[in-house]
Design a protein around this ligand. Structure first.
Ligand SMILES: Nc1ncnc2c1ncn2[C@@H]1O[C@H](COP(=O)(O)OP(=O)(O)O)[C@@H](O)[C@H]1O
Ligand SMILES: [Mg+2]
Length: 220
């Protein structure tokens, strides 16, 4: 069964003449990487924000594990099921790398004693060294920062990773590295990874690539 199933989803912002997303039906499965490409203004961010439960479709429905998310507590849906990764990393600048990963876990009630070893394992999993774990994010390269952001996103129980231009600020070697990590999270750990991207390298590495145009989606 698909993790996320969009059924004829439309989203129209208030006071606009044309919907930003229009009649989209598609499914996203666990263990797969999806890329969504398309020109600016084609509806990619609107689509991600609905998948994240930040906005509900104005028509149609989105099912998560077979249940319409419109009927769920959306704060809880987001917290428990969705991880987001951004182009600008969004790390806390005044926390160390280790604290960046521990902090959200502690907010969710994990005891600091348990959070630390778990954070260390997650950071090691994305190739961050013990020495780097003690640094502030400003003392890391862009690629390292994105890897920390990925480790942090894995600290929750979420099985869906939504990434908005995760390689937009990275050079080609780091892009390749982030792609490998996201692909292995899907193929080896079973995450459902959905990436909005301008990057053809990312789209090529995905299991499925979709193109958005004027609010509609088609395979590419
Ligand atoms: N808050 C908003 N209010 C009104 N229109 C919006 C808003 N956000 C986005 N739009 C419009 O919706 C369309 C799709 O935007 P968006 O989803 O951001 O596209 P993309 O991420 O592909 O660039 C665009 O025409 C944009 O101008
Ligand atoms: Mg956008």
């Amino acid at each position: 069964m698909s993790v996320l199933n969009l059924k004829n989803v439309t989203y129209a912002y208030k006071n606009t003449s044309k919907p930003a997303v229009s009649g989209i039906s598609c499914e996203f499965e666990a263990g797969k990487v999806y890329a969504i490409v398309g020109p600016s203004g084609s509806g990619k961010s609107t689509m991600l924000s609905m998948l994240a439960g930040l906005d509900l479709p104005t028509e149609g429905e989105i099912d998560f594990d077979g249940e319409n998310i419109a009927g769920l507590d959306l704060d809880r849906y987001r917290r428990e099921n969705i991880s987001m990764i951004f182009q600008a990393f969004h790390l806390f600048p005044l926390l160390t790398v280790m604290e960046n990963v521990c902090f959200p876990m502690e907010l969710c009630g994990v005891h600091p004693k348990d959070a630390r070893p778990r954070a260390e394992a997650l950071l090691e999993g994305v190739g961050i060294t013990k020495e780097q774990m003690g640094r502030f994010p400003s003392k890391l390269s862009g690629g390292e920062r994105q890897r920390v952001a990925i480790a942090r996103s894995l600290a929750s129980s979420a099985r869906v990773i939504l990434a908005d231009e995760p390689t937009g600020n990275l050079d080609s070697a780091n892009t390749q590295n982030i792609i490998e990590i996201l692909v292995s999270l899907a193929h080896e750990k079973g995450y459902c990874v959905i990436i909005v991207t301008h990057d053809s390298e990312v789209a090529d590495a995905a299991d499925f690539a979709f193109r958005m145009r004027d609010g509609s989606i088609s395979p590419c």
